[in-house]
Design a protein around this ligand. Structure first.
Ligand SMILES: [Zn+2]
Length: 109
């Protein structure tokens, strides 16, 4: 089967590590392009990956939150599971920077 990404290489079946949010979730069956490295995890692997991501508490870290006003500044609440994942502590200094007009990046030192 020709690679759908580069249209030059072909896929080989290969045990491939799946990394999510910087953590290795496991090694799973995947098709990997021998030219560009495009990786397609098989559907049975996808189910195992989802289960393991949930098991590691990494599922659902994307959240909707509200902006509120505190004095002259704006406050954005970060949900508890995200606070734990980032190991944020009260009073800790972080860096925030805009990525574009719709995205804000928070960097934990
Ligand atoms: Zn390719």
């Amino acid at each position: 089967m020709k690679c759908t990404q580069c249209n030059m290489g072909k896929y080989n079946q290969k045990k491939t590590p799946y990394i999510f949010l910087g953590e290795t979730i496991g090694v799973f069956d995947a098709l990997v392009c021998n030219h560009c490295g495009e990786t397609l995890f098989e559907s049975a692997a996808s189910d195992k990956i989802e289960a393991e991501v949930k098991n590691k508490g990494l599922w659902g870290l994307r959240a909707r939150t509200k902006v509120s006003e505190v004095g002259n500044s704006i406050d954005v609440r970060i949900p508890k599971n995200l606070v734990q994942f980032l190991s944020l502590k009260k009073g800790q200094e972080v860096i925030i920077e805009p990525i574009d007009k719709n995205k804000l990046q928070l960097i934990v030192n």
